[in-house]
Write a new protein. Structure first.
Length: 130
């Protein structure tokens, strides 16, 4: 099962890189048309893409985490956040893109939702296997 999550993480990350490439080059895609047809589609897309990526990376790292004060942070969630932050900032330097803080907020919402889901999953798993 672990190999499945690792492979899924790699494949989904490559999918996101492809979407970013299309957006950076100003290419059209059925995905972009779908996003435009849904109210708040862009923000829902950010929540979904980065949420799914976070979920499968957290699972592929078996929930590895570290403490920062009172917070327990999943390494997978931090990795995805750093990627999302870098990608959003890079848009300020690409003529066909624009930096949008609400996109970053949507990314953080997706990452946070995945971390919450994983927290429940791992706590139930721990309770089942004391």
């Amino acid at each position: 099962m672990q190999r499945f999550f690792i492979l899924s993480s790699i494949v989904f990350f490559c999918f996101i890189l492809w979407i970013i490439y299309l957006a950076n080059t100003g290419s059209s895609s059925i995905f972009f048309e779908l996003v435009r047809s849904i109210p708040y589609g862009d923000k829902l897309g950010h929540i979904s893409l980065f949420g799914i990526l976070s979920l499968i990376i957290i699972l592929s790292t078996k929930g590895k985490s570290f403490s920062a004060g009172k917070l327990n942070i999943y390494c997978g969630a931090l990795i995805v956040f750093m990627f999302a932050l870098t990608e959003e900032i890079s848009q300020a330097f690409i003529s066909s893109r624009t930096f949008d803080t609400t996109d970053l907020v949507a990314d953080i919402i997706g990452i946070s939702l995945s971390a919450a889901i994983c927290r429940v999953f791992f706590s139930r798993k721990k309770e089942a296997n004391p």
